[in-house]
Design a protein around this ligand. Structure first.
Ligand SMILES: [Zn+2]
Length: 330
């Protein structure tokens, strides 16, 4: 059986405010949890949904023991519905929203609330959004809808105006690391993941689950092979075919930034990536900060191109990137 969901420690203020409103019977029927990606909004929404359904809310958190909590631990509570795209990055289909409407029209099976978590709200297409609107206008009794969004501006204004918005802040690096280390105990690994995830703890955890640390190891030895002349950019690009190009570019940007900090100050402490410090010092000394800055600029442009185009010759792009990397060392 899984654990109950838990709000992130840095969202304690939001938790307190919403649980107080629940206790005072002052919760609106729809909340829009907004804030940047990867800070724990989805986890908060699920934790709060489980809390709303708990029958023994004595400690300010779900008790974990009552019948409703047991159902929630088994992820089979009939009065909690999670609506997400069937695949990451895909749309929430109108059929899913229709199923949700049906759900909110039924009588709660456990006699309390019916709670819907819809995440991310911007994944709804226009028909899904219109179907949802109907539900927001005439919510069933004892229904709580938790919409999660990192891109509120792309939602229909009519959806925004029918929800009360709650803003979720990002954590400090210390808080994010502390949380991440519960899942990724090794300090160095947690730090590397958080760096790649630009300080977003949930994103960092997802990266770990997607095997990005292993990918980093493979990229590291590939780059070493490239500088030693054991591999050509074309051969290495072939090995990297399976990788997400944006992630490849993110790694390289991070590494070039480290070299820039090292190169402009001459201080080793800026080589944060211990296991790659030797390679970075070598390249940094040879390339100099001006060339590194130009390369960083160019890499950022390539990333923007990758993000804006659907069809692209992956092999050629990565080959060009690796050629550029190799040129730094000569
Ligand atoms: Zn409970």
């Amino acid at each position: 059986m899984a654990d109950l969901h838990q709000p992130m420690t840095w969202h304690g203020g939001n938790w307190q405010q919403l649980s107080q409103r629940l206790a005072d019977n002052q919760l609106p029927h729809a909340l829009l949890l907004r804030g940047q990606s990867g800070v724990g909004k989805r986890e908060f929404a699920l934790a709060f949904a489980q809390y709303v359904l708990c029958q023994e809310k004595t400690s300010g958190m779900a008790c974990g023991r009552c019948r409703n909590c047991q159902l929630n631990k088994a992820r089979t509570h009939p009065d909690l519905l999670l609506i997400e795209p069937e695949e990451r990055g895909k749309q929430i289909k109108v059929a899913q929203v229709r199923a949700m409407i049906e759900f909110t029209e039924k009588t709660p099976q456990q006699g309390g609330f019916r709670v819907v978590v819809l995440c991310p709200a911007e994944a709804m297409n226009i028909s899904s959004a219109n179907a949802l609107l109907k539900c927001l206008e005439e919510p069933g009794r004892d229904t709580l809808m938790l919409l999660v969004s990192q891109q509120v501006s792309s939602l229909l204004p009519t959806i925004r105006s029918r929800c009360q918005q709650v803003l979720f802040s990002r954590p400090s690096t210390e808080d994010a690391l502390l949380w991440l280390k519960k899942h990724v105990p090794e300090d160095e690994k947690a730090r590397i993941l958080l760096q790649l995830a630009a300080g977003e703890p949930s994103t960092a955890l997802r990266y770990e689950q997607e095997g990005l640390l292993e990918q980093r190891e493979a990229m590291k030895s590939g780059l070493a092979g490239l500088s030693r002349g054991k591999l050509t950019p074309a051969e290495l690009a072939l090995n990297w075919q399976a990788y997400d190009q944006v992630i490849v570019l993110e790694w390289l940007c991070l590494w070039v930034q480290e070299m820039i900090r090292y190169s402009t100050t001459g201080q080793n402490k800026y080589l944060e990536t211990d296991d790659m410090a030797k390679m970075f010092r070598y390249i940094g000394d040879r390339a100099g900060s001006r060339r590194l800055l130009n390369t960083l600029q160019w890499l950022l442009e390539q990333r923007a191109i990758v993000q804006s185009q659907v069809t692209l010759n992956k092999q050629l792009l990565i080959e060009a990137v690796l050629g550029r990397w190799l040129a730094l060392t000569v």
